[in-house]
Design a binder for this molecule. Structure first.
Ligand code: NDP
Length: 447
């Protein structure tokens, strides 16, 4: 434990980055039994190396808004670890983006990508640009300026970005167009999440949400339970939330609530997903509008940082919005209201105290690194199809995704069992992911 603590203390001293420290602390503390078994890691400074990004790029993104006013945002790309493949991870456009959030996401991505079993390293990027309320032309000009710097740092064998919060099909299209223009080459594998007309993969849009539910299915099955007739609440109403809802409903669960950053809707009859899709995917509206359109639904505005959605009675909760959306108070509320399983669709949605609370109250917790890996796994399948210049059918991709998620669950379970950790899949996921990355890093020497 001494080595672990030393590394953690040094990390805290060197980095005034709360989200990154939180993510590193969560991983490092769960690796204790592995580190105890391998005293040689200290001399190799393996933990110091695994927590230091290989490269961190920060750049200016100037663009002109519809009124002719010049705006300046900050762009980032964190290339964290390339020991098992080219850097891979999404781009986030959200006003909250800063270096700490970028580093936490990139760090987590390394472990997630390792779990997929596919040859992809870890990275993440984005900007504090807020696409909300911007015209298509403004979003295009921003994306073009962002790519005018980013292009020199990425490539299909170097670093392959994708979408994340605020970056969907529209943004990926603009980014890809600018990359192609600058490079004068059709390198389809440089970005994933592309439109189907220009190199995208069927089922990529659905993959993170579907994958989350496949993982939940396996986790529940292992405890003698299932999704059928379960009451489910899902935070967020973006890409991950919508397709988690779709798959949960297909398995016979009843999803009764969804949310966005302003509040939540509760529909005891079950969420009508086609209405949510219309509001969110077509009209880019607010979840509140669901309650205007559906008589059985009610809307509650979130106040003082409290999340109304976690106060609703349910068997399963799927946080699919953003980091730290479940704190200790919400965790207590969830347990009190009967929640028996949590599936993390968002990255790091549960803070450290809340994780501890769930685990000590026998709540099954499907950790983000494992449970939401379906998106990046399908991105890697998109890269495979681009390399082959060939496309698989929806069913073929979906079946591969299901198989990958089942394998990920089994890897988490096996690692947890090997170290007598019961159903602590948080530790199981970290240990299984670390095993592959550490072996690759050691094999490649001090680089
Ligand atoms: P979207 O932008 O499609 O949707 C995000 C949703 O979360 C929206 O409903 C948004 O509400 C809400 N949200 C965002 N920020 C906040 C906030 N600070 N407080 C409360 N609600 C918020 O993003 P995705 O669905 O793609 O991503 C959701 C989560 O899943 C993120 O943590 C992301 O990193 C993670 N993830 C995504 C993957 C993917 O393939 N897309 C893959 C793996 C993980 P509003 O509209 O009000 O902002």
């Amino acid at each position: 434990m001494e080595y672990l603590n030393e590394v953690l203390e040094k990390l805290k001293e060197k980095n005034n980055e709360p989200e990154f420290i939180q993510a590193a602390q969560e991983v490092l503390t769960t690796l204790k039994p592995v580190i105890d078994k391998h005293p040689e890691f200290k001399k190799m400074a393996l933990l110091e190396r695994i927590t230091e990004p290989e490269r961190l790029i920060s750049f200016r993104v100037p663009w002109v808004d519809d009124n002719g006013q010049v705006q300046v945002n900050r762009g980032f790309r964190v290339q964290f670890n390339s020991s098992i493949g080219p850097y891979k991870g999404g781009l986030r456009f959200h006003p909250s983006v800063n270096q700490s959030i970028m580093k936490f996401l990139a760090f987590e991505q390394c472990f997630k990508n390792s779990l997929t079993g596919l040859p992809i390293g870890g990275g993440k990027g984005g900007s504090d640009f807020d696409p909300k309320g911007k015209s298509d032309a403004e979003v295009m000009r921003f994306c073009q300026s962002f790519m005018t710097e980013l292009y020199r740092h990425i490539g299909q064998d170097v670093d392959v970005p994708a979408g994340d919060i605020g970056v969907g099909g529209r943004e990926i299209g603009f980014l890809f167009g600018q990359y192609k223009k600058i490079k004068n080459a059709y390198e389809a594998g440089v970005l994933t999440g592309k439109g189907l007309e220009y190199g995208g993969s069927l089922a990529r849009k659905e993959a993170t949400g579907y994958g989350l539910v496949y993982f939940m299915r396996e986790m529940l099955k292992n405890s003698g339970s299932g999704l059928k007739d379960k009451i489910v609440t899902i935070s967020g109403s973006g890409n991950v939330a919508i397709y988690a809802c779709e798959k949960a409903q297909q398995y016979g669960a009843k999803v009764v609530a969804m949310s966005d950053s302003n509040g939540s809707v509760y529909d005891p009859d079950g969420i009508k997903l086609d209405i949510v899709k219309q509001i969110k995917e077509v009209e880019r509206g607010r979840i509140k509008e669901y309650a205007d359109k559906v008589k059985t639904a009610t809307y509650t505005e979130d106040k003082n940082g409290e999340k109304s959605i976690w106060k609703i009675k349910a068997d399963i909760a799927l946080p699919c919005a953003t980091q730290n959306e479940i704190n200790l108070e919400s965790a207590k509320e969830l347990v009190k209201n009967g929640v028996k399983a949590i599936g993390e669709g968002a990255n790091m949605p549960t803070n450290l105290e809340a994780i501890e609370y769930f685990l000590s109250n026998n709540v099954l917790l499907a950790p983000a690194k494992a449970a939401n890996a379906g998106g990046v796994a399908t991105s890697a399948l998109e890269m495979s199809q681009n390399s082959m210049r060939y496309s698989w059918t929806f069913e073929e991709v979906d079946q591969k995704l299901d198989c990958i998620m089942t394998n990920i669950f089994n890897a988490c379970k096996k690692a947890a069992e090997e170290y007598n950790l019961g159903t602590n899949y948080v530790a199981g996921a970290n240990i299984a992911a670390f095993d592959k990355i550490s072996k690759a890093m050691i094999a490649q020497g001090i680089v």
